[in-house]
Design a protein around this ligand. Structure first.
Ligand code: NAD
Ligand code: TDX
Length: 366
């Protein structure tokens, strides 16, 4: 862990986009707890948004903290809403996390991914560029725009090798194509207009407060409901799992200390097959909430995801050697914390699913 308060002071104004989502929420909670910076949270408040986690940290920090977080409800697909929000925030640092993030939804309804992830990033870049150009010299010099992206832009690996900063782009789903486009836009604003940017490409995150449509919360909730646990295809696809708080460490380090114009790959050294993850969750549930049989009896292979990327793995050597970042949790440690959290927050899961009109049905099947 590094000392955030030594890098950020009271006068720092930070604009976090997507701060009502899973990773953005974790970033905001960290900024509120470990610095005195002012946080502006630009979010359209979509189906996966929820501010319960941020609100509970504000409550813990007491009445003086409330003014340090401001929600700017805005849709990045709207140029006007984006310009107004950036003007209101008047930021020294932008952490851009807002995006439609679920691969299966991008298969069913790709247009929203282009609007939010491509047009949205374009609108944000335009608004931030105008803002940056008008800043007084000292604020202009220290200003940074950090774009949070994914390893999926690099495509799919075979049985060996890993993605690094040099990997060519080869996105293969509407989601990853839209994220790749956004990476290219951010890079081009740096090279063409001089905007001071940093990009990170991260592997699969997991942890508390993740909207229960992604693999790990889906498995936990299906298992305890004694419903079939859907395992796509043969279950041998591999993801490099990273506990969300470790991603927050890495992205804040890159945002504050990374070289301008650079990109950093962030991975968990956590390569596991989906079958391993699902079986491990079942075996941890067997210990934490035993029933008359093992939860693994609910695992059910189902039709594969169309265009399912086989394997992702990240080589994090650059961010480790340059910025000293390392994941602090193993996959199994993170899973245990996460499963305990979901078991204690089943009411929250029901509320956010009901609000989103999502009831655990299969998405992206075609
Ligand atoms: P999430 O879906 O939980 O949250 C995304 C948030 O962005 C939501 O609150 C949503 O309302 C907001 N948003 C979406 N479109 C918007 C728009 N047009 N205008 C304003 N707000 C909008 O996603 P997440 O898992 O927290 O991912 C955050 C970022 O990290 C994304 O950019 C994603 O591509 C990237 N990422 C995610 C992972 C992962 O495993 N979850 C891994 C690597 C990178
Ligand atoms: O029910 C399921 N069963 C299943 O086998 C679900 C939801 C998924 N899977 C498989 C598909 C993937 O191989 O599990 C793996 C993980 O799936 P997701 O949780 O949907 O994540 P993934 O598609 O890998 O993408 C995630 O990581 C990279 C995030 O959603 C992206 O936002 C991020 O960029």
């Amino acid at each position: 862990m590094f000392d955030l308060s030594s890098l950020l002071n009271k006068s720092h104004r930070i604009l976090v986009t997507g701060g009502a989502g899973f990773i953005g929420g974790a970033v905001i909670r960290r900024l509120l707890k470990d610095s005195e910076a002012l946080v502006f949270n630009l979010d359209k408040i979509g189906y996966a948004s929820d501010l319960t986690g941020v609100d509970s940290v504000l409550l813990d920090l007491g009445p003086n903290a409330v003014d340090r977080h401001q929600l700017l409800k805005a849709d990045l697909a709207s140029s006007k809403q984006t310009f107004d929000a950036v003007k209101n925030a008047d930021p020294d640092l932008v952490l851009h996390l807002a995006a439609e993030s679920h691969v299966d939804r991008s298969i069913d309804a790709p247009e929203m991914f282009l609007k939010s992830n491509v047009t949205g990033t374009f609108n944000l870049l335009q608004a931030v560029q105008s803002h940056w150009e008008l800043l007084p010299q000292s604020r202009k010099e220290s200003f940074r725009f950090h774009h949070i992206s994914t390893d999926e832009v690099f495509g799919s690996l075979g049985d060996t090798g890993s993605f690094s900063e040099q990997s060519p782009y080869d996105p293969r789903s509407p989601y990853s194509a839209s994220k790749a486009a956004s990476d290219h836009l951010v890079n081009s604003w740096h090279h063409t207009y001089g905007l001071p940017v940093v990009i990170t490409n991260c592997s699969n995150n997991f942890g508390p407060w993740q909207f229960p449509e992604k693999l790990i919360p889906v498995v936990i909730l299906k298992a305890i409901a004694r419903e079939p646990i859907p395992l796509y295809g043969n279950g041998l696809n591999v993801r490099d799992w990273l506990y969300v708080e470790d991603h927050v460490d890495g992205l804040l380090l890159a945002a504050l200390k990374g070289k301008l114009g650079s990109k950093y790959c962030i991975g968990g050294n956590g390569e596991r097959t989906n079958l391993y993850i699902v079986q491990q969750i079942c075996s941890l549930l067997d210990q934490l909430r035993p029933i008359e049989k093992s939860y693994s009896c609910f695992i059910k292979p189902v039709k594969d995801r169309p265009g399912h990327d086989y394997r992702y793995a990240i080589n994090s050597q650059l961010i480790t050697s340059e910025l000293g970042w390392m994941p602090r949790h193993s996959v199994d440690e993170g899973l245990l914390i996460t499963i305990r959290w979901y078991l204690e927050n089943l009411d929250w899961c029901k509320i956010v699913k009901d609000q989103a009109g999502y009831f655990g049905e299969r998405l992206g099947e075609l």
